[in-house]
Design a binder for this molecule. Structure first.
Ligand code: AMP
Ligand code: MG
Length: 440
């Protein structure tokens, strides 16, 4: 390719090329693919204490170094016996056995159980040599140093085998697992006081707009309180990021350029809201190219959230989200969240998806993918059902506040009728089982 003379190149940089030619509206699937291609799993991996590991993403597979449990042990409080001694205890006569030892959970007997002998054993205590079954205490009667066994015992009864939970060498958790409570228990059980997790991406959240004021400020006509910084910071945190609130930048081209340059040098992922649409003061979408970033797309065929800029600079990611409060949240959840999850090595980068019957009709004729705000619950039969939560305009935040999911209607869908099955994406942290019943 021919290099352009410097002056000409410089002039080009400062005269935005008509956006229509530079940035076609691309399908959502393509946009997501582009984002995921550029969001590479971080090489920064850290060891964190288990108490700080909840919600972090495992950077390497967890492989069991030993059997858990380490030895055969009792599943019951009762008596360790030789099954041959008590096999027919129930039918005709109860079997009296001599109690030779009492085994607390931590006690491993060195003595071998002989014929006619039993050891009192607590749940978790290792099965003594010679014993092959446990009779629960409720099926016995003790008399001094003798115990009467009142139930038969098969070999292996109430014995938890060594390695019954995890076998030495078994891959217990794959890399990319988001650590939930049970996973921390698995790590602890296998002797890990720390977890090897992907570093959290440092995400800066910057609101742009001359009209924006902080929440504590009184409104006057033309002013809007900055809502996006708070929704986006929360979503970034929920996606596992280390979030930095960068405040509000005015729609002033030189100062906005300086702010973007400064923050891009500091963070791994910069997320802005506003300034990417068709307005005269929408500078963000021009500035990222002027600052030398590689702009991958500027418009995606979705509703809400069509104007959205994705650009990269090496491993650094830039997302210019639209200003309308719902649009910015939708864009975040659909494009930024997957990137943040992928950077953290996550195996699953999307929201949990299921099918549900929609409660009301909805039609669309624009060939876009729509993300509607919905409340997922169950109907009387326990089947998933989703109702829209109100007006779907991109500035109506109240319907987002009532929602626990997105209803996704793809490009080809032109209408749905009540009862039709639709794709639903459950918001992070929302428990489907806990939202039974109709939306208020
Ligand atoms: P823009 O994309 O900059 O044209 O903004 C579109 C709409 O979103 C305008 O009505 C803005 O006032 C509104 N908006 C932009 N940024 C925010 C924000 N941080 N919080 C709430 N509303 C916003
Ligand atoms: Mg604006």
């Amino acid at each position: 390719m021919m290099r352009k003379p410097c002056a000409q190149r410089k002039a080009l940089l400062h005269t935005p090329i008509p956006l229509k030619r530079r940035s076609p509206v691309i399908p959502f699937a393509e946009a997501l693919q582009i984002v995921l291609t550029h969001a590479r799993p971080t090489e920064r991996v850290e060891q964190v204490p288990l108490l700080a590991a909840y919600g972090r993403t495992l950077a390497e597979a967890l492989v069991a170094a030993e059997n858990i449990p380490i030895a055969n042990n009792s599943a019951m409080d009762g008596y360790a016996v030789r099954s041959a001694d008590v096999g027919n205890a129930e039918q005709c006569h109860r079997a009296p056995l001599r109690v030779v030892e009492v085994l607390a959970a931590e006690r491993a007997s060195t003595r071998t159980l002989g014929p006619g002998e039993a050891m009192k054993i607590m749940t978790g205590a290792p099965i003594p040599p010679g014993a092959d079954a446990v009779v629960m205490v409720e099926r016995t009667r003790a008399e001094g140093r003798t115990v009467w066994i009142e139930a038969p015992a098969q070999a292996g009864q109430h014995v938890r085998p060594a390695g019954g939970d995890m076998r030495a060498g078994q891959r217990v958790l794959p890399a990319g697992t988001r650590l939930e409570a049970a996973h921390l228990g698995l790590l602890a059980s296998l002797g890990h006081a720390q977890a090897t997790v992907a570093a959290r991406p440092h995400v800066g959240v910057l609101a742009t707009g001359n009209e924006l004021v902080p929440p504590e400020q009184t409104l006057s006509a033309g002013k809007v309180r900055n809502a996006n910084s708070y929704t986006l910071c929360a979503l970034a945190e929920a996606a596992g990021a280390e979030v930095e609130f960068l405040g509000i930048a005015p729609d002033d081209r030189p100062s906005l350029a300086a702010t973007l340059r400064r923050e891009l040098a500091r963070v791994d992922v910069l997320v802005t809201s506003g300034g990417v649409s068709m307005g005269d003061f929408d500078y963000v979408k021009h500035l990222v190219a002027e600052l030398g970033l590689n702009v991958h797309f500027r418009e995606v065929n979705v509703k809400p959230g069509k104007p959205v800029v994705f650009a990269t600079q090496g491993a650094r990611l830039f997302f210019g989200l639209p200003g309308n409060p719902v649009s910015s949240m939708v864009s975040f959840q659909q494009l930024v969240r997957p990137a943040l999850r992928k950077v953290q090595h996550a195996r699953n980068t999307g929201l949990r998806t299921l099918r549900a019957a929609i409660g009301e009709p909805y039609s669309k004729g624009d060939g876009k993918r729509h993300f509607l705000r919905g409340m997922l619950s169950t109907d009387g039969d326990g089947r998933p059902r989703v109702r829209l939560t109100g007006a779907q305009d991109s500035n109506i935040l109240t319907s987002m506040g009532r929602a626990n999911c997105f209803v996704v209607l793809d490009e080809a869908c032109s209408a749905v009728a009540p009862g039709d099955a639709v794709d639903v994406q459950l918001f992070e942290g929302e428990d489907f089982a806990a939202v039974q019943g109709p939306a208020e």
